[in-house]
Design a protein around this ligand. Structure first.
Ligand code: ADP
Ligand code: MG
Length: 752
């Protein structure tokens, strides 16, 4: 449609910002609001209050003080003047000219004399001259003014959007189509779409500013709800569709139960029994299972999955387990072999990973294809090598978050076969809000109990200067027959060469750390000469930057503080065979101390290991630290997690480390992680599938998400005729809108 103020050129600019339709523009909400209902006079300002002033620019100057550049703006009303100060704001230079009208909004700072009031870092906006544009003035003065993020330079800045959106809404008055049934809105006490859009952009007089800033006015809530409702309705539909598909319905006879009992090495916990019950109940259904098994590290997911796989195998189907790394695939393979040795049945288990040689791969593919292998364990190779299963009944995807959310669907699609059941396991506790949105099409089982006999892990944080004490401690533990991990953020050199670390490393933090680095690194030189002999340090780039790596520290520890112990080195650049050899030697107790990178993070199980040392712990994300800590405390012996910090610990890192020391509860840490990093970061940048919302925010809008889920279920039920709500036409519009929303937001056609 034609939008006043948007010609072809601007349309192009907007498109680059993903604003392609008038509607997109309307859903580009103000990111804050300014109360200019009552612009104040400078002489009535009181220190401590937050106020809005409209005044004339008198002068502006950039001062380069010793500590930092300061930008000072003086504004005036008649004889009265007010100073506004911004720190580090070199970019403000040249923006203001005497005589311009400016709105500033901020807290009035106390000052020695009342004639000398200040605002520190106020919000500001230059206003057009009173004469030339009465209309703009109407939108900007004497009202609650919306402030938008610029859509492209100064041209498409806040003021421009204000005007265009104002006219757009004017032109649509009375004709903004509703997409939710009126009865639903009435029941939820939410405004209609048009009112919501108008009020979110141009809040009526008297609207609570606090509610506006926290996006919780009725208008905001309505728009957020709308977005979440269509997400949840789509997910609900997917679940329902899945239930209509033809899957395998497995039988659980006594024979099956006996097969499981034969191999179980211990009594399952109540949580393991319950979750297995939920899984098996799904497997008995004729529709395909899509279930997420969540359990903290060490909660015993593996055995639950093996039992489910046995059910499939006992029913004459193949089962596949897909792990995120070769090490884990191999570990699962060995564990499965050991477990099934106890079985009276003769199952054939094969391993399929990318690094097998071609002959082995071909042979294994043949076994799988002819149905001669009942249990297949592998990595992505299971997808990439185009493995054709003879009769695939169950797929278990381990540590699924590493795969990307959508990829999991690829493996399952086999033509002319019933859909296999799918069980996704994750040790990353996923906060419920994310589970509801990202994994909303999965049913969820939670293993919320650890196997018996675990003692809590003692977590300590120490600074790098005390690392010699840590090495002494490691020696003592080894003397007691225990084993230890020592983890580094990088393999070699200074580069973060492990993609896993991408997401733990907040670029904002890096920026803060960077300038201070050289000075502090030198400061440390003198303190620990034995660990950092000068010669080595000079020659070694990573030592210079203060970042230790696994390769270098393995060498230093081996020849220095841990000499005499059997050290192993494990990192992602070793080939799969080497990794396997090292890992097995560690598992067999032939290596005392494993120096490693985060490759050991997920799933590795060595109950005799009791010490986890993480160097540069400040550089790891919470989820990672928690996973790493989960590698110890797997046996009955007391276990320790020692977080050694480097020289620069940012406030955020500080918070992460404190949380680690404070709690061992994975869900608590996950919630905190989510709060600290936001949903996108939580899953890592490469994680596809996280819906990107226009108005909703998963952290802020938890309650609305729950509400949307309820309402989506209710609506879907109503469609089945049970309690229908809304007129025929209204419901048709909901479906049309759903299709459109899913196509646009998620590029999925299936929802419609
Ligand atoms: P997860 O994969 O959930 O991190 P694992 O399945 O690797 O945990 O189990 C962790 C450890 O606990 C393993 O050594 C496993 O053998 C052991 N374990 C699991 N369930 C039980 C149980 N019910 N009783 C005793 N030990 C168990
Ligand atoms: Mg596991």
């Amino acid at each position: 449609m034609y939008v006043r103020g948007v010609g072809p050129h601007i349309a192009e600019l907007l498109e680059a910002k993903n604003i392609k339709t008038a509607e997109d523009l309307l859903y580009h909400l103000p990111f804050r609001y300014e109360d200019r209902q009552n612009p104040r006079s400078i002489d009535e300002l009181k220190p401590g209050e937050t106020a809005s002033i409209i005044a004339e620019v008198r002068g502006a100057i950039l001062m380069r003080t010793k500590r930092m550049p300061l930008f000072e703006l003086t504004v005036g009303q008649g004889r009265l003047a007010l100073k506004c100060i911004w720190f580090h704001a070199t970019w403000l230079e040249g923006k203001f000219h005497a005589g311009q009208t400016v709105a500033v909004y901020g807290k009035v700072e106390p000052s020695r004399s009342t004639s000398n009031l200040k605002m520190i870092q106020p919000q500001w906006e230059l206003l057009p001259d009173a004469g030339d544009d009465a209309e703009t003035r109407l939108l900007e003065v004497g009202r609650i003014t919306p402030v938008y993020e610029s859509l492209g330079g100064s041209r498409l800045a806040s003021r421009w959007q204000r005007k265009v959106i104002f006219h757009l809404l004017e032109s649509m008055r009375g004709s903004v189509p509703e997409c939710l049934p009126r009865a639903m809105l009435a029941r939820l006490d939410m405004p209609n779409r048009e009112t919501a859009l108008v009020e979110v952009h141009f809040p009526p007089e008297g609207t609570s500013l606090a509610q506006l800033q926290s996006s919780s006015t009725p208008a905001h809530r309505r728009l957020i709800f709308e977005e979440l409702f269509f997400l949840e309705l789509g997910l609900e539909l997917k679940r329902r569709r899945m239930r209509e598909r033809a899957g395998v319905s497995f039988a659980t006879t006594d024979k099956v139960r006996e097969a499981i009992r034969e191999v179980l090495p211990f009594h399952p916990t109540a949580a393991q029994k319950r979750t297995l019950g939920e899984i098996v109940a799904d497997m008995r259904q004729s529709s395909p299972m899509r279930r997420l098994l969540q359990g903290d590290v060490g909660s015993g997911k593996t055995i639950v999955a093996f039992q489910a796989m046995l059910v499939a195998m006992e029913n004459g189907y193949q089962a596949a387990l897909m792990a995120p790394t070769e090490i884990l695939a191999t570990q699962h393979f060995l564990a499965a072999r050991k477990l099934l040795e106890r079985s009276s049945r003769r199952y054939r288990i094969v391993l399929l990973t990318g690094s097998l040689d071609e002959d082995r791969k071909r042979a294994n593919r043949g076994l799988i294809n002819r149905g001669e292998a009942q249990l297949v364990i592998g990595t992505h190779a299971l997808i990439e090598e185009k493995v054709e299963f003879d009769k695939l009944g169950l797929v278990v995807v381990d540590e699924q978050h590493r795969f990307g959310v959508l990829q999991r669907f690829k493996l399952m699609k086999k033509p002319n076969q019933p859909e296999p059941d799918v069980l996704v396991m994750t040790a990353t506790p996923i906060p419920r809000t994310l589970a509801l949105s990202v994994y909303g099409d999965l049913d969820v089982s939670v293993l919320d109990e650890l196997p018996p006999g675990r003692t809590p892990i003692i977590t300590r944080r120490v600074s790098g200067e005390r690392s010699s004490e840590v090495w002494d401690f490691v020696r003592k533990q080894v003397a007691k027959g225990r084993q230890a991990y020592i983890v580094y953020p990088v393999i070699e050199g200074t580069r973060d060469d492990q993609p896993e670390l991408d997401f733990s490393h907040d670029p904002a933090e890096a920026a803060v750390e960077a300038p201070a680095a050289p000075k502090k690194a030198t400061a440390r030189k003198g303190k620990t000469p034995e660990l950092f002999p000068r010669a080595v340090q000079e020659a070694n780039p990573s030592a210079k930057s203060g970042l230790k790596s696994a390769v270098e520290m393995h060498e230093k520890l081996r020849t220095g503080p841990l000499s005499g112990l059997r050290l192993g080195l494990l990192h992602g650049r070793l080939d799969a065979d080497e990794k396997e050899v090292i890992m097995r030697r560690f598992q067999r107790g032939e290596i005392d101390v494993l120096v490693a990178t985060t490759v050991i993070e997920v799933g590795v199980d060595v109950p005799n290991a009791t010490v986890m040392v993480v160097e540069h712990a400040e550089r790891f994300g919470l989820a990672q630290l928690h996973q790493l800590r989960g590698r110890v405390g797997r046996g009955a012996a007391k276990s320790y997690c020692i977080l050694i910090t480097g020289d620069h610990v940012t406030p955020l890192a500080e918070e992460r480390l404190n949380a680690m020391v404070r709690t061992q509860d994975g869900f608590e840490l996950a919630e905190l992680d989510l709060a600290m990093r936001g949903p996108g970061e939580f899953f890592g940048t490469r994680q596809a599938g996280l819906p990107d919302f226009r108005v909703a925010n998963l952290l802020r809008d938890r309650q609305l998400l729950e509400l949307a889920k309820q309402e989506a279920e209710r609506f879907a039920n109503a469609e089945k005729g049970r309690e229908s709500e809304g007129t025929e036409a209204e419901r048709a519009r909901v479906w049309a809108r759903l299709k459109e929303a899913w196509q646009r937001r998620y590029g999925l056609v299936e929802a419609g």
